[in-house]
Design a protein around this ligand. Sequence first.
Ligand code: 6GU
Length: 237
Amino acid sequence: MRIDIVTIFPAIFDALDISLLGKARQNGIIDLRVTDLRTYTHDRHRTVDDTPYGGGAGMVMKPEPWGEALDAILGVQDVQSAVLDGDPVVIFPSPAGEVFTQRMARHLAEEEHLVFGCGRYEGIDQRVFDDAHSRARVRLVSLGDYVLNGGEVAALAMVEAIARLIPGVVGNPQSLVEESHEDGLLEYPSYTKPPVWRGREVPSVLLSGNHGAIAAWRREQQLERTRRVRPDLLSED
Ligand code: 6GU
């Protein structure tokens, strides 16, 4: 998979050099490229923002550097051609977007080319989204109902959630199946040795060797935990 990230803080994405994602990049499973938006400015101050039309607090990211950056990544397409299923997906992390889920991560992990456009300040000029719509599948995506200073940390989280679902990135594929949200429930609690630690015992069923009983206990733990902390997950679809 190819992943492009456009940002004014490329150093934030140095974190993607390490651990499993770093290895996946070295192995060529993920071709990740970080573009500094300021590469596409042409003034002495490398300006990427300006005051909002209509007034109001904060600054808005100017359209021109974004247009040039996306042209370089997506290519310039003829105005007429429709956006197709195999076209790149451009994701703008935004608290105004649809909420990112494991289901969305699974779908995005099947794509050939993802582009993350990380905005700062009060947002990006709306025409950047409208222009990108003419040659890519564009989505505004939020991590949840809280506000970050910019899209970078959200993009990091999404890239990690998506990339680990690409075959070969996580060593043991079974570990992807048995985790929170894959089956719509939170995961069950895990234990390892020693059998007693600070007076706390591992639940005896886990030491029983009875695989049916262990599976039933884990399922009940998942349900109990989900009911307690995330009842909303049980009432969905
Ligand atoms: Cl994707 N961006 C920003 N700026 N804040 C957020 C977010 C995204 N998701 C939750 N809060």
